[in-house]
Design a protein around this ligand. Structure first.
Ligand SMILES: O=C(O)[C@H](O)[C@@H](O)[C@H](O)[C@H](O)COP(=O)(O)O
Length: 234
């Protein structure tokens, strides 16, 4: 039985609206059941419209904690910063009342900031309610990059680290990432992607093709811990 469902949309606006409505409903359910909600989101360009939509959803945002699945190790004033993306797109409108827990600490390197970032994540209630991942055309998700220096440790299902630094040829700047066990410890897991190349890559991963073995996203697609919902648009 497949652990993956795919929701395909004819345009990316419809994708953003549908995911925002779905996620908002799950945040409301979490608040009703436990008094609070935790969501971890990706950076990159794909989630912009989804963030803008989600920020306008009516819910008790003061009870919501937002964190990141990964971060580029740059100050939050940098255009590459995922924190900056979240602050300018998601922490707006109704969602301005939410609490944001960044991964970047201001330390000179991810290694130097690791203990503090780890403590921030360790302080959050688990399981998370929602995790929204993205994916690159090289098959990375979060900062699980092919050839990453801490990739094996980050993907270890039995690993105990919550966050790890990551450097890789395709990653640009040094990164920090939540590890696979943390990302899978969630009530709902989404993969938000667009374009035919990413659709085809995911199909190869799901089929278990040999050439897909080096795509780190395989670890979230081929697992039985939590159902994965793929939201795709052209
Ligand atoms: O900080 C990051 O880079 C992300 O969290 C990363 O995993 C992202 O989701 C993919 O690179 C897809 O990025 P795009 O949406 O820009 O294609």
């Amino acid at each position: 039985m497949s652990n993956v469902t795919t929701h395909s949309f004819t345009n990316c606006n419809a994708q953003a609206v549908a995911l925002a409505e779905r996620v908002a409903a799950q945040l409301r359910e979490a608040i009703a059941a436990r008094g609070h909600a935790v969501i971890a989101v990706s950076g990159g360009s794909t989630p912009r419209d989804f963030f803008a939509r989600l920020s306008r959803e009516a819910l008790d945002w003061a009870q919501v904690t937002i964190t990141l699945v990964d971060e580029r190790w740059v100050p939050d004033t940098d255009t590459r910063s995922n924190a900056k993306l979240v602050e300018t797109t998601l922490l707006q409108n109704a969602a301005r009342a939410a609490r944001f827990v960044p991964l970047y600490t201001g330390a000179p390197t991810p290694e130097a900031g690791l203990a503090e970032a780890d403590a921030r994540i360790a302080a959050l209630p688990v399981p998370f309610d929602v995790v929204v991942l993205g994916m690159g055309e090289d098959g990375h998700t979060a900062s699980f990059f092919p050839g990453g220096d801490h990739l094996a440790a980050a993907l270890d299902p039995q690993g105990t680290a919550k966050v790890l630094p990551m450097q890789a040829p395709g990653a640009g700047e040094p990164r920090i990432t939540l590890t696979l066990p943390v990302l899978l410890d969630t009530r709902a897991l989404y993969l938000l992607v667009s374009g035919e190349k990413k659709r085809d890559l995911l199909a190869d991963v799901r089929l278990g093709l040999a050439e897909a073995k080096n795509y780190p996203v395989r670890a979230v697609v081929r697992q039985d811990r939590v159902p994965l919902a793929v939201y795709w648009c052209p």
